[in-house]
Design a protein around this ligand. Structure first.
Ligand code: GCO
Length: 448
């Protein structure tokens, strides 16, 4: 069976991680974090990044040359609205319009993420996600983007990894805006606000963009059942969709309200008392239908049914293969997560990010040989194809990332790209994996 005929093959990036041209936009919360001493590896920042704003035509030409027909990128809210609301930076908005034109002229379909973590600092000064007006700010920003790009862009994602921008941003505290340990009574309305902002954006996009397809992008560690026994399968599924107190990495916390129109019972048991007044009325907005479920998956944990009947997460094996960033390699994550998501939500599943960080370098022959990445992608894509073979409606796969870029707190120390970027000269060199991936795409995955 394999991948369906119209399977969406692509590569992904995000605004702050590649764009640079920081002087032509407002500050985002990540600029502020970069200025804090000791916060980012090597004191790196997003001022230049891959200089994509000035080199986007070259980058689109590479997408075409490599045979990658779909491109997921994000819009920098502070480039469009330097103050977060109010006056539009026409030049900034035009950049995205030009990028979209260039993609379409080259036969590449744009997939736009509205929020990939770079909140305008001027909105953070008003509380960011903590401000009750946040959903309306996001709705207004969405409207501006939809009016400008909606005649040409038909695929939108609202929030990238709410788990991270909320969990790491307002609870763990290592990602912008670096708020640590916000109590449940503040976190619960904050999550609700993000979900409401998502729903309002979906509505707005449906009003303004004929034929639009919309989704939200959660992430998380996949749960891989240790054996195929029904008990282990149930344990892994329960673990994957668990929603424990103070665990903002839960998948069900974000996806259940959006797709099923209700918070998980497990969550309501401890969180309901903190939900804002009238929250039940918001559920219709929050669960405005989406078109597919999209998820970023890099790793997974093995889970079995423990002797007490509860899910037991198994320790990772000593010496297991790991990527340069230190993440374990677990190809079956791309089988189990799509399968579990599809069974629970009955929507097509898109993998919106998957890939690996390697210590890539340009060799004497001028090429970048990255056999480890090819092996990684090969294994993960085989698992995804197996999911499709087993009847999971797998709609697409976006490799992370098109090019090496700013890996948040780890600065430029991590190389996730199919294209190597020399951060001194900004020269792009497609890696071996980029050509390999192009062949996989050309065969619709049959070459795997
Ligand atoms: C995330 C983001 C990306 C990362 C990538 C590698 O998942 O953290 O979506 O921006 O760069 O995932 O960590």
């Amino acid at each position: 069976m394999g991948f369906k005929k119209n399977f969406v093959w692509g590569a992904a990036t995000a605004s702050f991680q590649i764009e640079g041209a920081a002087d032509k936009r407002g500050d985002s919360i990540w600029d502020v974090q970069c200025r804090q001493p000791g916060q980012i590896y090597g004191g790196h920042d997003g001022t230049v990044a891959c200089d994509h704003v000035n080199r986007f035509r070259e980058d689109v030409a590479l997408l075409k040359e490599l045979g990658i027909p779909n491109y997921r990128f994000s819009i920098s809210w502070p480039r469009v609205l330097p103050e977060g609301t109010g006056k539009v930076n026409e030049e900034g908005l035009q950049f995205y319009s030009d990028l979209v034109d260039c993609l379409l002229e080259n036969g590449i379909e744009p997939y736009v993420t509205l929020y990939h973590w770079d909140l305008p600092q001027s909105l953070m000064a008003k509380g960011g996600f903590l401000n009750p007006d946040f959903p309306q700010w996001f709705e207004a920003y969405t409207e501006i983007v939809a009016r400008k790009l909606g005649d040409r862009v038909k695929n939108f994602f609202t929030f990238n990894e709410p788990q991270c921008c909320i969990g790491l941003g307002y609870y763990v505290g290592n990602n912008a805006p670096c708020i640590k340990g916000l109590p449940l009574e503040n976190m619960v309305p904050l999550v609700h606000r993000c979900l409401k902002a998502h729903g309002l954006a979906v509505r707005k996009l449906r009003q303004l963009v004929p034929g639009v397809k919309v989704s939200i992008v959660p992430c998380g560690s996949a749960a891989i059942p240790l054996t195929d026994s029904p008990a282990d399968l149930k344990a892994a599924t329960d673990h994957y969709f668990a929603c424990r107190e103070n665990d903002y990495f839960s998948v069900s916390l974000y996806c259940d309200p959006v797709v099923l129109g209700k918070y998980p019972d497990e969550y309501l048991a401890y969180a309901e008392k903190h939900l804002p007044e009238g929250w039940k009325d918001d559920m219709a907005i929050i669960s405005e239908p989406i078109d597919f479920i999209s998820v970023n998956i890099y790793y997974g944990d093995e889970v079995r049914c423990g002797s007490d009947g509860k899910p037991e997460v198994l320790p990772h094996a000593v010496g297991e293969p790991r990527t340069a960033i230190g993440w374990g390699i677990a190809p079956d994550a791309l089988y189990w997560a799509p399968r579990m998501l599809h069974e629970r939500y009955h929507l097509p599943v898109f993998i919106t990010e998957n890939g690996m960080s390697c210590h890539d370098a340009v060799s004497l022959d001028g090429k970048v040989h990255d056999p480890n990445r090819i092996d990684y992608l090969h294994r993960y894509l085989l698992a995804l194809r197996r999911a499709a073979d087993d009847g999971v409606d797998v709609g697409g796969y976006f490799q992370w990332s098109l090019m090496d870029n700013f890996e948040w707190c780890l600065g430029y120390s991590q190389r996730f790209g199919l294209i190597h970027v020399d951060f001194q000269t900004l020269k792009r060199t497609p890696k071996d994996s980029a050509y390999w991936y192009g062949q996989v795409i050309a065969s619709n995955g049959e070459s795997l």
